[in-house]
Design a protein. Structure first.
Length: 193
């Protein structure tokens, strides 16, 4: 939002809400948001995710060594590195890994948009961000990678889209539709004919 009140949609998180619930249903057997976050709050992702310390143990000169040892760098990476199967992992640990994966994905996309658009304040809304665990993961990761360069604010309402629709002007809708049409016309990498 500019000082003159004009606003533009500069991006969004496409891999969030329903994707999170869908993967949770496949991996955890539930798509209940509150249950997933309750499980995640009891879990530890270090039995599922590859962390910096795991990479450094195999390669002390890895460029990942500049990051905190407990930082997950490959979600679900230990599944590849070990003989673990889904049945070997606790629902709590899987849920914790999922939450971090989605929170980190949100951070990555939003930080990139903020930096390329020269935006210093991000406002996130919607039900996906309503739980403190997700918000704290995003803020912690944002501070690690961007310091205080980008301020993160959460709009605590599940009706953020409705509010945006209510205050937008008809030309805003046309900009959004043009943005979506342009996104649909982008060639898919790796697609075969």
């Amino acid at each position: 939002i500019e000082e003159n009140g004009m606003s533009d949609m500069v991006g969004g998180v496409w891999f969030a809400g329903r994707s999170f619930l869908g993967l949770s249903k496949l991996l955890l057997g539930t798509d209940d948001y509150d249950e997933i976050l309750e499980l995640a709050s009891k879990g530890k992702r270090n039995s599922v995710d590859t962390e910096v310390k795991d990479v450094i143990a195999n390669d002390p000169n890895s460029p990942y060594g500049q990051f905190p040892p407990n930082l997950p760098i490959f979600s679900f990476g230990k599944v590849i590195d070990t003989d673990k199967k889904l049945s070997d992992l606790s629902r709590e640990d899987l849920a914790n890994s999922l939450v971090f994966s989605f929170a980190y994905n949100a951070f990555s996309q939003l930080a990139l948009v903020a930096q390329t658009s020269k935006v210093s304040k991000l406002y996130m809304g919607g039900n996906f961000f309503r739980h403190e665990l997700i918000r704290s993961e995003i803020v912690k990761t944002m501070r690690l990678f961007t310091g205080d360069a980008i301020a993160v604010n959460f709009v605590k309402t599940g009706h953020t889209g409705a509010i945006g629709a209510m205050i937008s002007k008809p030309e805003d809708e046309l900009k959004y539709l043009a943005f979506m049409q342009q996104a649909e016309q982008q060639p898919t990498q790796g697609a075969s004919s």
